[in-house]
Unconditional design. Structure first.
Length: 331
């Protein structure tokens, strides 16, 4: 399909006709030869003498090429473009922030891997997150890690490979041994400030035992709810664990309730996978369809035809003139 970027240039097509009929012919003074038998010459030729310019006759090809050239030049000024088939880009309408607890309690080995071996909580979280992220092809992902304080490990990005690399480099205790759960929610809210989507989801993987936040987790959840952030809390570990590694189930449930999210318990790897399947069902991906047509300009082809045509024409005329001169000289 061809369309013109500046179609109003088409109005210039009749300008040569307007100039031909509206403007006087160009006149040029030239020397003439006076003959004493002028009247006799007029009588013999039957011509009527008059003042004015003599219009040189052009060959049919010259007239045709003049018209063609003008049409091509005007067409080039209108800038024709070849418009291709529409291309649809699917863009995710969801920003998904994942907050991972890196406190000392994440070193507890109360998870079973596929081989039935005991692994620490963080290793299990990494394994399941890797599989979960593979299903989030079109989502923008962010990563927050927290211990004594929260840290934005990765801002929202569509580069999932880099996101997984940053997750793999995390270790339990690298952010401190405490659990600043409430502060992690606060940092997530701040990260959503620059987000344009209305579908904002925060998934927190933690034991829920807040031991170092400046803002209580429940208060942070109330602010998140006002800003439209839905929080899904996932309790990592055995609920029967006591001491510093004990789960604060009540706080996790309260946060999920305030933000209209969900609370889940993951006692082993299989249950943790089920949690993500439920989240996939609760928060279906939202897409925006962006359609555009690729355009390729064609005006340079028209100008090239004009230039090549004139070069060939003048080369031909020069050759013919040269041959005629040689013929006169030879005679």
């Amino acid at each position: 399909m061809i369309e013109f970027a500046y179609p109003w240039w088409i109005l210039a097509l009749p300008l040569p006709l307007v100039a031909y009929f509206a403007l006087p012919a160009y006149k040029e003074r030239k020397s003439s030869v006076k003959v004493p038998f002028f009247r006799r010459l007029v009588e013999l030729t039957g011509e009527k003498p008059s003042r004015g310019a003599v219009v040189l006759e052009r060959m049919l090809f010259q007239k045709a090429w003049l018209v063609i050239s003008w049409v091509l030049i005007v067409g080039a000024l209108a800038k024709p473009q070849w418009v291709g088939e529409p291309i649809i880009i699917e863009k995710s309408g969801r920003d998904l922030m994942i907050a991972v607890d890196l406190s000392g309690s994440m070193e507890a080995t109360d998870f079973l891997n596929d081989s039935g071996q005991q692994v620490d909580r963080l290793t299990a979280v990494k394994s399941v997150l890797t599989e979960f992220i593979s299903q989030r092809v079109h989502d923008r992902l962010g990563l927050i890690v927290f211990g004594d304080a929260p840290f934005l490990q990765a801002p929202f990005t569509e580069d999932h490979d880099t996101w997984l690399t940053l997750l793999a480099e995390t270790e339990a205790g690298m952010a401190g041994m405490s659990t600043a759960f409430g502060d992690a929610i606060g940092l997530s809210i701040k990260a959503f400030d620059n987000s344009d989507t209305e579908n904002r989801v925060l998934i927190v993987l933690t034991d829920g035992n807040d031991t170092g936040s400046k803002v209580p987790p429940v208060d942070a959840a109330k602010v998140a709810d006002q800003l439209g952030v839905t929080i899904y809390t996932i309790a990592i570990g055995d609920p029967e664990t006591t001491g510093e590694e004990a789960l604060d189930i009540e706080t996790l449930q309260r946060i999920a309730e305030i933000t209209s999210g969900g609370y889940y318990q993951a006692f082993d790897r299989e249950q943790l996978e089920n949690v993500y399947h439920q989240i996939n069902a609760l928060e279906p991906a939202v897409f925006e369809s962006l359609s555009y047509r690729p355009k390729q300009s064609l005006h340079h082809y028209l100008l090239s035809i004009v230039m090549v045509g004139y070069l060939l024409f003048f080369s031909l005329m020069t050759f013919v003139s040269y041959k005629n001169q040689r013929g006169v000289i030879d005679v």
